[in-house]
Design a protein around this ligand. Structure first.
Ligand SMILES: [Zn+2]
Length: 192
């Protein structure tokens, strides 16, 4: 089976026998527990296609609130391959705790991209979820919130992030999800 390293996200070809046991990533040298093979093969994601344009539109209508919640609930739609892969309950709950949510987004959005890319790889697809954008986006979002509180006119920084990087990130994530859903439908038709 092929499994992404939880630290460096490099794909590792693992012997099925070591499922549930500790293994070492050849790329970064860190050890991690290989997911149970059943978790990889038996459980399927339940991600659904949604128009990218609608995600962007809803972001603007809700001032970014829709996007922050929508992205976090996507965690629930993928099999948990790591002990600390969040459930939607945890992911959504933490969204509503001031300041904790800002720290949470750093972990949540980065991991979300890793999990989507993992599902894409299981379907033999390229990694398209924007792992690279998660961190810069969260840094600027946090900067925007702090600027709003402490700097006169700082709210414009926040508005700029909510109107540019956040919808861009959401659009790229949704695009990666939609591609995966199309592939899943094709695969289902092929085996039917
Ligand atoms: Zn690694």
């Amino acid at each position: 089976m092929q499994v992404a390293c939880p630290y460096c996200t490099k794909p590792n070809e693992l012997d099925d026998q070591i499922a549930g046991r500790t293994t070492r990533c050849p790329a970064c040298g860190k050890s991690f527990i290989a997911p149970d093979e059943l978790a990889v093969i038996g459980q399927r994601h339940t991600l659904v296609s949604f128009p990218v344009a609608s995600v962007v539109l809803l972001n603007f209508v809700s001032g970014g609130l829709f996007t922050l919640i929508y992205l976090n609930q996507l965690h629930e739609r993928m099999p948990r391959l790591r002990p600390n892969d969040p459930s939607a309950t945890v992911a959504l709950g933490l969204c509503f705790i001031p300041f904790v949510n800002l720290a949470w987004f750093f972990f949540s959005f980065h991991r979300l991209c890793i999990r989507i890319n993992e599902q894409r790889r299981f379907s033999g697809m390229e990694q398209e979820a924007p792992t690279w954008l998660a961190m810069p986006m969260c840094i600027l979002l946090t900067t925007g919130v702090l600027a709003t509180m402490f700097v006169n006119g700082g709210i414009y920084v926040l508005i700029l992030v909510l109107a540019s990087l956040l919808p861009l990130f959401a659009a790229l994530v949704q695009n990666a999800v939609n591609g995966l859903c199309e592939r899943s439908v094709d695969a289902a038709l092929a085996t039917a």
